[in-house]
Design a protein around this ligand. Structure first.
Ligand code: ADP
Ligand code: MG
Length: 299
């Protein structure tokens, strides 16, 4: 029926809020004025799955933990359930995947962003009595890696923000989102589906690497004559690039690639992917990188 994705810093009060949300939703479902289908409210979290805080000590041990959460989420999602995912859900690409899975099942979605300052979560981490403390270094690391949800992107909206200063949760907004919100179709018609940041990053790396390889091969074949050449890339992508009349070295190309990747990575991470400002298809990346090479390698 619906997926409520909680997101927030470690120790920011997510579980506290999730439990209150569950109670508020159950209360409304039992109200005599409610005429909709009978629904269960279920919380899935690291705690319900028995995932230890230590799993977040490094990105390698974190991956299976995230996989377990995703599997449990898919198993629990159905038409008779309001599912609350009580976890940091701090990776944009992960929230996007969750959103896609929900959309496949035609579930309503909303994201609840539990906000507390970094100082407060550090304090609460130290003083919590339930043994669920993060190692200080793990906490710092997670705070640094946290990718804030944004109401500008489809997969985080509607976005409901709950600051630490609020005593209560905005139950009305959440209730509205899970019972009345738009159900997005699995395929947005002919509209180009924006790439998830992780896919865009992969395309960026793969396409620029392919171009560097293709230019080196082209120069080896032509002996560095330069001029406009057509590079054939994987998946039938082609692009033209004007090369100088000399052999461009591999290290020059790699330096140029690194600069291009750094700048574009920033655009992807800042979320330009979703606003339609830039297109992260292989073809578009190829054309832009070719233009960048022409601007930065000449003579
Ligand atoms: P999370 O699920 O994000 O790790 P919890 O809900 O388990 O966070 O809360 C972590 C600790 O922080 C608990 O000890 C809790 O009492 C404290 N805490 C959370 N939110 C607040 C708040 N708004 N004010 C005071 N203490 C809070
Ligand atoms: Mg928790």
């Amino acid at each position: 029926m619906a997926l409520v994705t909680i997101s927030g810093y470690p120790c920011s009060g997510k579980t506290r809020r999730a439990e209150r949300i569950k109670i508020a939703l159950e209360h409304r479902l039992q109200d005599t004025s409610y005429a909709g289908p009978q629904l269960r409210v279920v919380i899935v979290s690291d705690d319900t799955l028995g995932i230890s805080r230590d799993a977040y000590q490094d990105t390698r041990s974190e991956k299976p933990a995230r996989g377990a959460l995703f599997t449990a989420m898919q198993r629990a999602m159905d038409r008779d359930t309001i599912l609350i995912i009580d976890a940091m859900n701090y990776i944009k690409g992960f929230r996007y995947q969750m959103y896609c899975a929900a959309r496949e099942l035609k579930l309503r979605v909303c994201t609840v962003y539990v906000v507390a300052t970094q100082d407060l979560v550090k304090e609460w981490n130290e003083t919590r009595m339930d043994g669920k403390t993060y190692a200080p270094q793990t906490l710092d690391n997670l705070l640094m890696r946290y990718e804030e949800p944004s109401s500008m992107v489809r997969w985080d909206s509607p976005l409901i923000t709950v600051p630490w200063t609020d005593e209560d949760i905005p139950a009305d907004d959440i209730w509205k989102a899970v019972t009345e919100g738009n159900v997005k179709p699995p395929n947005a018609g002919t509209q180009a589906v924006p790439k998830a940041p992780t896919d865009a990053l992969r395309a960026l790396e793969a396409t620029t690497t392919a171009i560097v390889t293709a230019i080196m091969a082209e120069q080896a074949a032509s002996g560095g004559l330069g001029g406009s050449v057509t590079l054939a890339l994987p998946d039938n992508v082609k692009t033209n690039v004007a090369l100088p009349a000399r052999n461009v070295t591999l290290s020059e190309l790699q330096r140029t690639k690194r600069q291009f990747v750094t700048v574009n990575k920033k655009a992807i991470i800042l979320g330009t992917t979703e606003k339609g400002a830039l297109d992260w298809s292989d073809g578009s990346i190829a054309h832009r990188f070719a233009a960048y090479i022409e601007d930065n390698i000449w003579q």
